[in-house]
Design a protein around this ligand. Structure first.
Ligand SMILES: CC(C)(COP(=O)(O)OP(=O)(O)OC[C@H]1O[C@@H](n2cnc3c(N)ncnc32)[C@H](O)[C@@H]1OP(=O)(O)O)[C@@H](O)C(=O)NCCC(=O)NCCS
Length: 180
C-alpha cells in the first residue's frame, strides 16, 4: 500500500478512483468515437474491471492511470496517467503515459494539461529516466498530444496483443527522456 500521489493542474484533479466514476467511465468506454483506435468498446463489466485495476495499482504504487476530474464541477472526464505496459512490448520494461477522455472534453487542451502533471510525477517523484507513449498509427489526436509534450517519434512496432490482420496492429512509439 502507498499513499496516493494526486496531482492538480489549473483546471484538473488527477486522483484515486471513486465508485461514482464507474458510470461515466462505462459511458466513455462504450462510445465508438472514444474507442475508435482501441481494440473494442467495453461492456459495463469490462469497464468496471478496468477501473478496478487502475484503482488497485494506485493503491499499491501511489501512482497510475488517475481518474481525472474538472476542478470547477468535480465532473469525471476520463483517465490520464502512468502505467507499466505488457512485458511483451518491444519498449518494455518501461513506463508509458496514456490518456482516454470522454468525447465532450476533447479540444480544450485538457489531456495535454493533465499529461504534463503526470510527467512531473514520473520524472520528479518517481525519478524515471524515460517515459514512453504509443498508439495505433492512425490515432492523430493521441499523437498530437505526444507531440505537444515534445515526445520524440521513435519508430513503429506491431502490437503483440493484436491479431495480424487488425488495422490497429501497427503502432508508433514516442519517447521522452528525463529533462536534464
Ligand atoms: C487522445 C485524446 C485524449 C486527445 O484529446 P484532445 O482533446 O485532442 O487533446 P487535448 O486535450 O490536448 O486538446 C488539444 C486540442 O484542444 C485545443 N485547445 C483548446 N484550448 C486549449 C488550451 N487551453 N490549451 C491547449 N490546447 C487547447 C488545441 O488547439 C487542440 O485542438 P485541435 O485538436 O483542434 O488541434 C482524445 O482524443 C481521446 O480520449 N481519444 C480516445 C482515447 C485514445 O485514443 N487514447 C489513446 C489510446 S493509445
Amino acid at each position: 500500500m502507498a499513499e496516493p500521489i494526486e496531482p492538480e493542474t489549473e483546471r484538473l484533479h488527477l486522483r484515486q478512483w471513486l465508485p461514482a466514476d464507474r458510470e461515466p467511465f462505462a459511458a466513455l468506454n462504450a462510445d465508438p468515437r472514444v474507442m475508435a483506435f482501441l481494440p473494442s468498446r467495453l461492456t459495463r463489466t469490462e469497464s468496471d474491471a478496468l477501473a478496478d485495476r487502475c484503482q488497485h495499482l494506485i493503491q499499491q504504487q501511489g501512482w497510475g492511470l488517475w481518474a481525472t476530474t474538472l476542478k470547477t464541477s468535480d465532473q469525471f472526464i476520463g483517465f490520464v496517467g502512468l502505467h507499466r505496459p505488457s512485458p511483451q512490448l518491444p519498449c518494455s520494461p518501461c513506463v508509458e503515459i496514456g490518456w482516454r477522455l470522454a468525447f465532450d472534453y476533447w479540444g480544450q487542451g485538457l489531456a495535454t494539461e493533465a499529461a504534463r502533471a503526470a510527467l512531473q510525477v514520473g520524472f520528479i517523484d518517481l525519478n524515471l529516466p524515460e517515459i514512453v507513449s504509443f498508439t495505433a498509427l492512425g490515432n492523430r489526436r493521441s499523437r498530437a498530444v505526444m507531440e505537444r509534450l515534445a515526445m520524440v517519434e521513435s519508430g513503429t512496432f506491431a502490437h503483440p496483443h493484436l491479431p495480424e490482420d487488425s488495422p490497429l496492429r501497427m503502432h508508433c512509439l514516442y519517447r521522452l527522456p528525463r529533462p536534464a
